[in-house]
Design a protein around this ligand. Structure first.
Ligand code: VGL
Ligand code: ZN
Length: 249
């Protein structure tokens, strides 16, 4: 009887332990380009830095891995308004791609369109190897942290830290999380309505228990916040403030 109880206890304990969450902090695009004085500065963007650094120091023991993403664009990236004559910043255009995910340009009538992707046009920003693209010097990057770059395919944008906007290619994000046994992610950074939103959606789709940390992000367009949070909630993403993280991890 006693032995049976002991066996049951250890089985249940083992089961619970093997299902224990392992948490990663994802810090999206906290780069000079999106901060005050940058080429695509997000309003109040700098305020996320202290919030994220506080999360790191406060939950140091519970966060198994921190991954920084970095928007990392070709100088002539397709998302730049400067590359589209007659277009201006924040215009929205339709981009067309063939079955291989190659951009169909209007002067190539032979290109057979398979995918249509809506593209917001941005000021030139976060160009590869510029100071503008550097992760903020005020972010505490530590040994063991991982940096995942995205947006370096010149003809397709990449809001998510996992996939480009066409789903044509993936970054190392999912492999890194899987290799580290991560089951739960806290998503923070810039910008709320683009890269933080898309990264959170993909994390949830890939099966991670996903937390969108509202006070650790800021939007490009304030008017998007309601729709973004409602959509994430409808998909099962938790939308919480950093002060409540302790209740979940
Ligand atoms: C982002 C617009 C263009 C972002 C990146 O990090 O949210 N937004 N590129
Ligand atoms: Zn970008």
């Amino acid at each position: 009887m006693f032995l049976k109880a002991v066996v049951v206890f250890f089985c249940v304990f083992g089961f619970v332990r093997s299902y224990e969450a392992k948490t990663a902090l994802i810090v999206v695009d906290v780069q000079n380009c999106f901060l005050y004085g940058g080429t695509l500065a997000v309003g109040h963007g700098n305020e996320v830095i202290a919030v994220i650094n506080n999360i790191r120091s406060h939950y140091d023991k519970l966060i198994a891995l921190t991954v920084f993403t970095q928007d990392w664009h070709c100088w002539n990236h397709v998302s730049f308004a400067s590359q589209h004559s007659g277009k201006k910043d924040y215009d929205v255009i339709n981009l067309t791609y063939n079955d291989k995910g190659e951009l169909c340009t209007s002067n190539d009538p032979r290109c057979v369109v398979k995918y249509n992707i809506s593209q917001t046009l941005w000021p030139d920003h976060c160009v590869i190897n510029t100071t503008d693209a550097k992760i903020s010097a005020n972010m505490s990057i530590q040994q063991g942290d991982v940096i995942v770059q995205k947006g370096y395919h010149c003809q397709v944008d990449s809001y998510s830290g996992f996939y480009d906007n066409g789903g044509f290619s993936h970054t190392e994000m999912n492999d890194v999380l899987k290799k580290n046994g991560i089951t739960q992610v806290l998503v923070t950074g810039l910008a709320l309505d683009f890269c933080v939103y898309y990264t959170s959606k993909d994390a949830k789709k890939l099966g991670y228990d996903t937390f969108f940390i509202l006070d650790a992000t800021r939007p490009v367009f304030e008017s998007n916040v309601k729709n973004v949070t409602a959509d994430l909630l409808s998909k099962g993403v938790h939308v919480i403030n950093s002060t409540d993280i302790g209740d979940y991890i």
